[in-house]
Design a protein around this ligand. Structure first.
Ligand SMILES: C[S@@+](CC[C@H](N)C(=O)[O-])C[C@H]1O[C@@H](n2cnc3c(N)ncnc32)[C@H](O)[C@@H]1O
Length: 219
């Protein structure tokens, strides 16, 4: 029998309970989270071409940043996100193609993509360095990676302590998400020609989630 779980690709462990919970959580809370990130996203995702690759599209938080009529290739290994993502794309008039693969092994050709975007994904993938290498591989020379991610706070700060203390339950609930990643350094050392990173804070009761970066990297 085909179940959503059986559709998960190699390298991604789909969990029926947490998969459904996260799909629901991002559907309900997506607008609130996006409201805090919108100014940075508008800059990082500006002037997108007619065809865009997105990593970890979830239930479609970034559809609102895509120009009308855009073709979106969504690299989304979690089958529990797919139905909501399809419905949201239909409502937004975005032509959607879901690739049920992990960002560590994207089934797209070398140097064939003008723009890749992601939000709140490099915190969750198993191997962010491998994902960044894949993004570079699929981008055309001069192609752009626009990102909006959350990162580790500065050492010896209350936010950093909260990230440390809550790391296990946080990762369990949010399917592997880590609030302790230094993604600025990782993106800077991933071999892009140029990188622009804007660190900022958001203010929510989800304290470990308050420290963010957004920006662009050029292949
Ligand atoms: C925290 S959610 C963010 C969803 C959406 N981008 C947003 O901003 O609301 C993380 C997303 O990354 C996806 N994901 C997890 N592991 C992944 C991987 N290895 N490659 C690509 N996407 C992955 C999850 O399925 C989920 O949709």
């Amino acid at each position: 029998m085909t179940t959503p779980r059986s559709l998960a690709p190699e390298g991604f462990e789909a969990n029926p309970a947490r998969g459904r919970f996260n799909s629901m959580f991002f559907s309900v809370m997506g607008g609130y989270i996006d409201w805090h990130m919108r100014k940075r996203k508008m800059k990082a995702f500006a002037d997108l071409p007619p065809k865009v690759v997105e990593l970890g599209s979830g239930v479609g938080a970034n559809l609102r940043y895509l120009p009308a009529g855009v073709q979106l290739i969504a690299v989304e290994p979690n089958p529990y996100m797919h139905a909501r993502l399809r419905r949201a794309a239909r409502r937004s008039g975005v032509e959607l193609e879901i690739r049920s693969v992990v960002g560590e092994r994207i089934d797209l050709p070398d140097a064939g993509t003008e723009a890749v975007i992601s939000s709140l994904v490099l915190c969750t993938v198993s191997d962010p360095a491998a994902v960044l290498a894949e993004i570079r591989r699929i981008l055309l020379p001069g192609g752009r990676f626009g990102f909006a991610e959350h990162v580790a706070a500065k050492p010896r700060t209350p936010t950093r302590w909260s990230q440390r203390i809550l790391r296990r339950p946080w990762a369990w609930v949010f399917e592997g998400c880590s609030c302790e990643r230094d993604l600025t350094s990782l993106i800077a050392s991933a071999g892009f020609t140029s990188v622009e990173v804007d660190p900022y804070r958001i203010h929510t009761p989800f304290v470990p989630f308050n420290t963010h970066i957004a920006g662009t990297a050029i292949a």
